[in-house]
Design a protein around this ligand. Sequence first.
Ligand code: UT7
Length: 331
Amino acid sequence: MDKIRAAITAVGGYVPEYKLTNKKLETMVDTNDEWIKTRTGISERRILNEKGKASSDLAVPAVKEILENKNLDPLDIDCIVVGTVTPDMMFPSTSNIICHKIGAKNAWGFDVSAACCGFLFSLETGVSFIESGKYKKVIVVGVDKMSAIVDYTDRATCIIFGDGAGAVLLEPSTDDTGVQDSILKTDGTGIEFLHMKAGGSLEPASHETVSAKKHFIFQEGKTVFKHAVTGMADVCAEIMQKNNLSSDDIAWLVPHQANLRIIDATANRMGLSKDKVMINIGHYGNTTAATIPLCLWEWQNQLKKGDNIILSAFGGGFTWGAIWLKWSYDA
Ligand code: UT7
């Protein structure tokens, strides 16, 4: 029997309206627009600043865009896999909440915690469900409300992160397009350099953990940067080599948007010119699990059936990887 491939057949996205600009950050911490732009490539990020709103409120409009564009009934969705490190609650899962909010009563789902690789790991999971033949319509979401875990007095982290959501619909491919190969990795030697110290079972929330600011992102930026620069470039080179892909074969690189310098290093290693690289870090910052689907969302009108696309990320864990797919439809 021929292998069933999983294809992305629709994309949705959502970012909140409020723009947190570098100029505004200058009034909050000891930083400046010039430093942020040259060290990260970021000018502004979007923040969900309405009280009582959570990651699911970012994800729902992204998923609804797919339903509307494909004229799909929520009851037709089999499963929703959500990559996030900022779930609405510790439990139930954000997937559970999204299914409820959109009326996907026949679906099941769960969250995947893989930091900046949340979308890649969730996509791999969704792809396997389609390839199994058991599921026909799987939605994969990458969403993070990073503002919920950012310390806005810490200039080393608060300038980087933003909020957003992206989603894709996976269906069985009717031709040879769709996801072709993946290389995904995890290495716990990275735990100490990027994590949230409290709120889990290791150090449950207490007055002490709140006073000690242990519910915010802790990042040793320089060390993460060094690993990310080599990790993302290496894995992209590896997936190209494994599949005999040259730089001429690649239509697009869709990199995780953590730092413009990491993206440039990866593109250089792959031999790609800048016009083949999706970059939106300037206006969205690092939205963790949402960066890659938000790029697909912004660029979808330029994508052509058969385009070879490499998605790649590196982040907390460490986790990193690359997925190669052939785009499945013309805009
Ligand atoms: O997506 C998840 C994975 N995360 C990443 O991939 C992030 C990887 N890391 C990075 O992108 C970068 O390390 C940062 C953007 C976080 C920091 O950039 P850097 O070039 O590594 O700066 P640094 O931490 O080495 O700091 C250089 C200097 C320091 O001053 P001194 O010690 O040289 O006097 C910092 O105190 O810049 C200072 N600094 C700042 N200055 C102005 C740090 N943050 C700021 C700031 N504004 N916001």
